[in-house]
Write a protein that binds this ligand. Structure first.
Ligand code: UDX
Length: 447
């Protein structure tokens, strides 16, 4: 089939490449000419394992193109148009900024002839009600399906080609719904043949499935972080607690890792967007729950800063003000919001680094992939890719993004490099016994 993918960020670039890999003829469209030309050269504009292989010239046998300036022919001849633009948190309040979605709709309105019936497939995460509005604007030129994407950064290619489920939010009209469903089934034929569940529903449910999934994951993380505070108060160990909880198959082991909390381009903005929808629709209980999930997440960052100040003040007797960090050499391991990603959006590691720098610490920040432009965007921090260099002379080390190379650090060697062997493990990713045996003062989260 002939497809376009409008918006080539983490979602769209991976989707375009994956669809070409499935054998479709794909045109990726991005308003940023630099991004479009980078992709057109077969290069990934961000770090995502597996993507370079799909983009490499020749990989898709000329079925994959990218442009910043699509022609009418490009758009009018395609069977299916995917909308994969960003829906960032709005500058006013917590709701989603839909300007990129409606710009994509305007682009289609400009080029699609009247009376045609191509399919427009929304993949972006949007507040409930958006699909209906997109369908209203495109009426007479295209049919609309909402097909949210659940990919994780770092695993985006795998998640796109082997999703847990495929969700279609279909139009109310049964004939339109049937035709739309058939078209999209053809696009995803290879995935459906593998037996991946495909669930059809109305627009509103499809929009809510996506925000509900992310809100549930965020709630799971905030729950275990709240339990981690309880474990600290009670002298219990949250890592052992989580392990025991996870054996209950109704709970499961995943997303029960206590630590500095969640960040990234999705979870934080999605819980805020769902909260804003809940407030505007009078669903107070959901709004209150999500506010609490957000507050617990923010409190974890504050808690780590307090632990750092406590060490600077020389003891666990409680923090007296926020003094003591001035001039202290602090090394933060991690800048990305999670390992295997170069994404720093709402990164807890970077947030804590900034707060410690504001308290007067001299902060070195180390990350294997996520330091591009940090010196400009965070002039108070000292970026360092080499972990041994970053550790040299540190008086306090914080592990905030659990990259494999940090988790595998040899504590004895690390102790030789630092000025004072004190580590706060903000992801509970290290073995406390091994680090203590090598002479470190080790503090985890809730253990
Ligand atoms: C998330 C969803 O998982 C994905 O389905 C959706 O499409 C987009 O949002 P992503 O943002 O890539 O994906 O990251 P994810 O792996 O979910 O992690 C989110 C954050 O939670 C990270 O900061 C991570 O460090 C943190 N996290 C995750 C925890 O703090 N504890 C955990 O147990 C799991």
């Amino acid at each position: 089939m002939r497809l376009t993918v409008i918006g080539c960020g983490y979602l769209g670039a991976v989707h375009a490449a994956a669809m070409a890999h499935l054998g479709h003829d794909v045109l990726g469209i991005d308003t940023d000419p630099h991004r479009a030309s980078t992709l057109a050269r077969g290069e990934a504009p961000f770090y995502e394992p597996g993507l370079p292989e799909l983009l490499a010239p020749g990989a898709a046998d000329h079925r994959l193109r990218f442009t910043a300036e699509p022609t009418t022919e490009d758009l009018a001849l395609a069977d299916v148009h995917f909308i994969a633009v960003g829906t960032p948190q709005s500058a006013h309040g917590g709701g989603a900024d839909l300007s990129q979605v409606f710009s994509a709709v305007d682009l289609l309105l400009e080029h699609l002839p009247e009376g045609g019936s191509p399919l427009v497939v929304g993949k972006s995460t949007v507040p409930v009600g958006t699909a209906r509005e997109v369908a209203r604007r495109l009426a007479g030129r295209a049919h609309v399906v909402w097909n949210p994407e659940f990919l994780r950064e770092g695993l985006a290619v795998k998640d796109t080609l082997h999703p847990d489920r495929i969700v279609y939010g279909l139009p109310d009209d049964p004939d339109q719904a049937r035709a739309a469903c058939q078209s999209l089934d053809t696009v995803y034929a290879e995935l459906l043949a593998e037996g991946i569940p495909r669930i059809t529903m109305d627009y509103a449910t499809a929009e809510l499935v996506k925000t509900a999934a992310n809100s549930f994951l965020a709630t799971k993380i905030s729950f275990i972080n709240a339990m981690s505070a309880m474990c600290e108060a009670a002298g219990a160990d949250v890592t052992v607690l989580a392990q025991a909880l996870g054996h209950d198959q109704r709970i499961g082991h995943r997303f029960l890792q206590a630590g500095v909390g969640f960040g990234g381009g999705c979870l934080p903005k999605d819980i805020r967007a769902l909260r804003a929808s809940a407030v505007s629709m009078g669903v107070d209980a959901l709004a209150d729950l999500l506010a609490q999930v957000d507050a617990i997440n923010q409190a974890q960052r504050e808690h780590i800063v307090e632990l750092a100040v406590q060490h600077a003040q020389g003891g666990p007797e409680g923090v007296k003000g926020m003094e003591g960090m001035e001039g202290m050499a602090v090394t933060i391991l991690g800048a990305a919001f999670k390992p295997n990603s170069d994404d720093r959006r709402d990164s807890p590691a970077l947030d804590v680094a900034d707060r410690l720098a504001q308290l007067g610490a001299t902060v070195t920040i180390c990350d294997p992939k996520a330091l591009d432009g940090v010196a400009q965007s965070h002039p108070g921090l000292l970026p360092q890719v080499d972990v041994e260099e970053a550790l040299k002379g540190a008086e306090l080390v914080l592990l905030l993004t659990e990259w494999q190379q940090f988790v595998e650090l040899d504590p004895a060697r690390a102790a030789e490099l630092v000025a004072r062997p004190i580590i706060i493990d903000g992801r509970n990713a290290l073995d406390p016994q091994a680090w203590r045996a090598a002479g470190w003062s080790y503090t985890g989260m809730g253990r």
